[in-house]
Design a binder for this molecule. Structure first.
Ligand code: NAD
Length: 260
């Protein structure tokens, strides 16, 4: 379905980004990976997912808090594949602390990585998409783009911000073949959330399983983690022809978290 298209997925060496990259590769899209840590493992997983379609996988290690790195990555993607057809803004970090104790440098990093990076990738990728008459921008926001949680001021501000950016981008591209939407997961058991499970286990003297249940029970009525595979399937839908007129949506996959 996505043969000949190129997807740039930020923060795709782990978790949700890796799941979305695999799902898009399975549909035949060439992939530009980005993120820190081991690259060979994720690259092999994405190549395997797209092997039947002869998918090519490139990697750029841009630090998404740095404008110059992001500009370099978009130039690199163009040099490898011509242009970016599908942009998935997924890179993100978390830090928890009450507002009065929130380290200003953590605030700046979260706003830069979780929000400002998406502005830069979007402004750089859009001209190519508009010229081609087709494009998909998928912003991995969060249920925290729609509701707040204590101790997550920077994260909730960044995620509400990216939902706003999604709406404005969708409005500006509405008469074109480019769509922009946000995905809003609840809990997904990735390294980002495992840290919060570990903190709960340590705080209350719980096992890993007990801490997971406590975490889910506080917020997610389904008592189920959303999976990177499920989020990948939603991204594939947004890239399909059926998604042509889905614009400016912030789509929850949150086990009814925000329905409360
Ligand atoms: P993760 O920690 O598994 O993956 C984060 C990815 O971002 C990694 O590839 C990491 O290397 C990359 N990254 C971090 N800082 C970076 C930087 N400065 N430059 C480039 N890459 C960087 O986390 P995840 O849970 O898969 O989170 C992915 C996205 O999903 C984030 O935007 C997060 O806010 C969002 N999200 C996660 C959950 C959840 O429950 N896990 C829920 C809602 C939304």
């Amino acid at each position: 379905m996505l043969n000949g298209k190129t997807a740039l997925v930020t923060g795709s060496t782990s978790g949700i980004g890796l799941g979305i990259a695999q799902a898009l590769a399975r549909q035949g899209a060439n992939i530009v990976l980005n993120g820190f840590g081991d690259v060979d493992g994720p690259r092999a997983q994405v190549l395997a997912a797209g092997e039947h379609a002869g998918v090519r996988v490139a990697y750029h290690g841009a630090d998404m808090s740095r404008q110059g790195d992001i500009e370099d990555m978009l130039r690199y993607a163009a040099s490898q594949f011509g242009r970016v057809d599908i942009l998935v803004n997924n890179a993100g970090i978390q830090h928890v602390a009450p507002v009065q104790d929130f380290p200003p440098e953590k605030w700046d990093a979260i706003i830069a990585i979780n929000l400002t990076s998406a502005f830069h990738t979007t402004r750089l990728a859009l001209p190519g998409m508009l010229a081609a008459g087709w494009g998909r921008i998928i912003n991995v926001a969060s249920v925290h783009g729609l509701v707040g949680s204590a101790q997550k001021s920077a994260y909730v501000a960044a995620k509400h911000g990216i939902v706003g950016l999604t709406k404005v981008t969708a409005l500006e591209t509405a008469p074109t073949g480019v769509t922009c939407n946000a995905i809003c997961p609840g809990w997904v058991l990735t390294p980002l959330v495992q840290k919060q499970v570990d903190a709960k286990a340590a705080e209350h003297g719980l096992s890993n399983d007990e801490a997971k249940k406590l975490l889910l029970g506080e917020k997610e009525p389904s008592m189920q983690f959303t999976t990177p595979e499920e989020l990948g399937a939603l991204a594939v839908f947004l890239c399909s022809a059926a998604g042509n007129n889905v614009r400016g949506v912030a789509w929850n996959m949150d086990g009814a978290w925000a329905a409360q």
